[in-house]
Design a protein around this ligand. Structure first.
Ligand code: MG
Length: 190
């Protein structure tokens, strides 16, 4: 019992409540993840319009994953006693002439997201917020995968060029992608 008595009240506050600067950065990240979801849904509809439903499926899965990312940050802010603030989601591009153009935009966008995540981590380090640093580990790993998968698509599409049969096969391959809920959400229900 005297273990609790030994903890200073200020230390408890420091541990439980999230710093306002960090809260703002996480709220901005929730917006960025939802913007990503919107971008990938826009890409999906673009490829449906081109008759490439497999590529559209790949981006629809991506859309769901981005919503998961937003919810992981949302749940985290709530669990830290923070306040989620949902701001307007900016408009996204609506037309991509080729799959290559869309995957190049995907890679460029994910590189930007990686730098946003890294900036939040740098802030958490500066503020000695170890829980946030720990939560961000999953996102740091996820960004490596996001960039790698976009790069692989770009590599394939550069080989394919405008070979119709190869595009047909590429579309078929992407049709097989299925959505799996992000692991931090699967465990947060416990
Ligand atoms: Mg994301």
């Amino acid at each position: 019992m005297y273990i609790f008595a030994a903890i200073n009240k200020n230390d408890l506050n420091f541990t439980i409540m999230i710093n306002k600067k960090l809260q703002d950065a996480i709220n901005a990240q929730i917006n960025a993840e939802l913007w990503s979801a919107y971008l990938y849904l826009s890409m999906a509809t673009n490829f449906h319009a081109q008759g490439l439903s497999g590529i559209a499926n790949w981006f629809e899965v991506q859309f769901k994953e981005e919503q998961d990312h937003a919810m992981i940050f949302y749940n985290y802010l709530v669990s830290r006693g923070g306040r989620v603030e949902l701001k307007a989601i900016d408009a996204v591009k609506t037309e991509w002439a080729t799959p290559l153009e869309a995957f190049e935009d995907t890679l460029q966008h994910e590189e930007k997201v990686t730098s946003l995540i890294n900036n939040i981590n740098a802030l958490a380090v500066e503020l000695k917020d170890y829980a946030t640093q720990n939560r961000l580990v999953w996102f740091i790993d996820e960004q490596v995968e996001e960039e790698e998968s976009a790069q692989k698509m770009i590599d394939s599409l550069r080989m394919i060029k405008d070979n119709p049969y190869a595009i047909y096969m590429f579309d078929k391959e992407l049709a097989a992608r299925t959505y799996t809920q992000a692991s931090p959400l699967a465990t947060s229900a416990e």
